[in-house]
Design a binder for this molecule. Structure first.
Ligand SMILES: C[S@@+](CC[C@H](N)C(=O)[O-])C[C@H]1O[C@@H](n2cnc3c(N)ncnc32)[C@H](O)[C@@H]1O
Length: 692
């Protein structure tokens, strides 16, 4: 049976043509945007589980002064519904939020989707390692997302935006509003699809933001483009819009504040004349005659203003009384739909993070102040460097941020930590590959076969996920399931199985996993101790995100697949044995140090630069670290980031590699350490100490 379409779908292009093409019956407000691949179904909620990568308890004192001295967490607790920074494709993220009951819960959404056409995505692909800057390769999920977004030009961009805007509407609260930041390339298209999704009647403003001043040249072909467009829609008629004001030091209006009463307070005179006839307000006050239409205030109000010293009485009783408006109480000019007073983030600004599309905090402050109140929930699903979160945090709003780019999430996390924000959670929907598999619904069986082939192994049809190396028949290869991290226990079981499999056993086992458990290295070492004879020699490798390219497009029989991509060893950190010093009867000073951090996967645009980087890292591996964090009392489940070290903005200094903390006597502690490098690789390890 052919699938039937759910009711109330927008008609296809063909149906539209059939309907309006020839006859064009006259109707009202039918105009809207159609394109060949316009999605016909609204996306559904998706019951995907978020994984908590970290609970982050920012701890700035340590980082700023670099003393790395013992430091307590301030006792700040994670809120019951905490602020969330989510790494993932925002379509999946929003579908999962809907499934978690977020429909109608968000009061304000700001988005600034990437809207450059063509290949020019303006992403910051540069990493600084030591004194040099290198260009890195974007991870496959980001590359795919961007090519998916623009592969068919505008059509694919609209395909991307349409379902996302539909979900955003569902997530907005009845009083909520959405600000969609764009520019001349696509503002006219977005305006039409926003009209369709939110309703023309809920269109509030087209805000024109003058980003910069313009320069031009005699051979210019267009006027310099110096503005962005921010489209503002509400969900219903009951939206919040708090008028805003701004002050410009060059505003000629300021010249009007030219009087003072000798106390230095400058003021301006505001007439108190009614603008239309007000018979009830025609009265004489202190001998001053009323204006023709009467005063604009009642006699009581006039008296109150007088008592407050706010009236100006001209010498001649024939003239009118005015109200004094003091410069120091003047709120400024009302903000209109033309915003000229907010400048781009300048290169020297404190807030600058070298994120190419970073928007100024003042812009978000204005938006948050206009359309949200303290305690409201604000979301930005294309959060980039996290400007919306930084502002929401400062203004006492709750927030949800998401971004598909790991770098963006890293920048945002560091920004919030540096601003000493309230504790928040960092979440994801699993690794890149898992998200892509969810998004595209890849067949798992084929996936195992393709990965084994890519590695250079021959699939064993009798056992799912197993293969044998083409080059070395004594090496068994195992591909881990995409939806879980490899644990030490599972790896030991596999190594034991490999040793005895097929009667003869296999000398070597290679495990290809998407992710490894937090304490994988230590736990494996511990479990494998003195069992060399029972276990095959095992190597642990990471399935690189590039496999996804092949998962999408490769025919299974392709013999060319082998060795197309490199499977690197998993990143590895070595942590020192903690140094423990008794401080008093009840406390100990505990110090941990990262002794080594090894990453094989350096995704560089120009591979020939690798030796140069390796040389620099041989001198100091810490140049590679972007962020590292410690949970001093890891519970084996959620990583509580209580101590953080972050590379400074310029990136020319390596991070310190020692962390220190005072711990109470009386229990065993598992100290967990997590390191994230400038390419987004991460590694973790644990150490146990006994303070009983
Ligand atoms: C123009 S930037 C946002 C900049 C941000 N307003 C700021 O102030 O830093 C757009 C962001 O959207 C992200 N993005 C693009 N496609 C996405 C998707 N499908 N899901 C989540 N984030 C996405 C990009 O990674 C990029 O960081």
């Amino acid at each position: 049976m052919p699938p039937t379409d759910p009711p109330n779908l927008p008609p296809s292009v063909q149906e539209e043509r059939a309907k309006y093409g020839e006859e064009k019956p006259k109707a009202k407000d039918t105009a809207r945007l159609i394109w060949a691949s316009k999605p016909r179904k609204e996306p559904n909620p998706k019951d995907l589980e978020f994984q908590t990568a970290e609970e982050v308890y920012p701890n700035v004192a340590d980082i700023r002064d670099r003393k790395l001295s013992a430091y307590a967490t301030n006792g700040r607790k994670i809120a019951e519904s905490p602020n969330r920074l989510i790494w993932g494709d925002n379509l999946l993220v929003m579908q999962a939020l809907l499934a978690q009951g977020y429909a109608g819960q968000i009061d304000l959404i700001y988005i600034d989707p990437p809207f450059n056409t063509g290949e020019n995505f303006n992403f910051n692909n540069e990493v600084k390692i030591g004194d040099a800057t290198y260009e890195k390769e974007l991870p496959i999920n980001e590359r795919l997302a961007y090519t998916d977004t623009w592969s068919r030009g505008l059509d694919s961009f609209l395909d991307m935006m349409h379902p996302r805007l539909q979900i955003m509407r569902r997530l907005l609260s009845e009083n909520g509003s959405i600000y969609v930041h764009c520019d001349w390339h696509i503002s006219h298209h977005l305006r039409l699809i926003l009209d369709e999704i939110f309703g023309q009647e809920n269109f509030l403003n087209e805000i024109v933001w003058k980003r910069r001043g313009g320069t031009t040249s005699p051979d210019a072909k267009v006027f310099p483009r110096i503005t962005d467009t921010i489209l503002l829609y509400s969900k219903s008629k009951n939206f919040l819009l708090r008028p805003q004001f701004y002050k410009d030091p060059y505003d000629p209006y300021l010249n009007r504040f030219n009087r003072d009463d000798g106390d230095g307070r400058k003021y301006n005179l505001i007439p108190l004349n009614a603008s239309q006839p007000r018979p009830s307000l025609i009265y004489e006050y202190k001998g001053y005659k009323p204006p023709k239409y009467g005063w604009s205030v009642s006699p009581e109000r006039m008296k109150a203003l007088d008592d407050a010293g706010l009236l100006y009485f001209p010498e001649s009783k024939e003239q009118r009384i005015n109200k004094k408006s003091y410069l120091d109480e003047w709120p400024g000019q009302p903000v209109t739909s033309l915003w000229t007073d907010i400048k781009l983030v300048n290169p020297m600004a404190e807030e600058r993070l070298d994120f190419p599309t970073q928007k100024p905090e003042r812009l978000l402050e204005r938006i948050a102040n206009t359309s949200s109140s303290e305690g409201d929930l604000i979301a930005d699903f294309f959060c980039g460097s996290g400007t919306t979160g930084a502002v929401a945090e400062r203004l006492g709003r709750r927030w949800i941020l998401s971004d598909i780019s790991k770098t963006a999430v890293q920048v945002t996390r560091s920004r919030l930590v540096n601003q000493n924000s309230n504790p928040f959670v960092l979440e994801n929907l699993g690794n890149y590959q898992r998200q892509l598999i969810y998004a595209k619904e890849v067949n798992l069986k084929q996936m195992y076969a393709i990965i084994l082939k890519l590695y250079g192994a021959v699939l064993r049809p009798d056992m799912q996920g197993f293969g044998i190396s083409r080059e070395d028949k004594s090496t068994l290869v195992y591909v881990c399931e995409p939806d879980r991290a490899m644990t030490a226990k599972k790896a030991i079981d596999l190594a034991r199985l490999a040793r005895s499999m097929d009667g003869k056993g296999y000398r070597n086992l290679v495990i290809l996993a998407w992710d490894y458990d937090y304490d994988f290295d230590d736990a494996y070492k511990k479990m494998a101790k003195n069992k060399e004879k029972e276990l095959s020699d095992t190597e642990f490798k990471i399935i690189p995100s590039d496999v996804y390219k092949y998962l999408r497009s490769t025919k299974l029989g392709d013999p060319e697949l082998a060795k197309k991509i490199t499977f690197y060893q998993k990143p590895y950190i070595r942590i020192s044995e903690p140094e423990i010093k008794r401080l008093d009867g009840n406390t100990f000073g505990v110090k941990v140090r990262i002794e080594q951090f090894v990453v094989m996967d350096l995704p560089l645009k120009d591979e020939s630069k690798r030796p140069e980087i390796e040389k620099c890292l041989a001198k100091n591996f810490a140049y590679l670290i972007d962020y590292w964090t410690v949970d001093w009392d890891y519970n084996g489940d959620v990583f509580r980031s209580e101590w953080q070290a972050i590379r400074d903005r310029r990136g020319d200094q390596p991070v310190p590699v020692v962390a220190e903390k005072t711990l109470e006597k009386g229990k065993r502690y598992t100290i967990a350490v997590r390191v994230v490098d400038v390419f987004g690789n991460d590694a973790a390890g644990t150490k146990e100490i006994d303070l009983r």
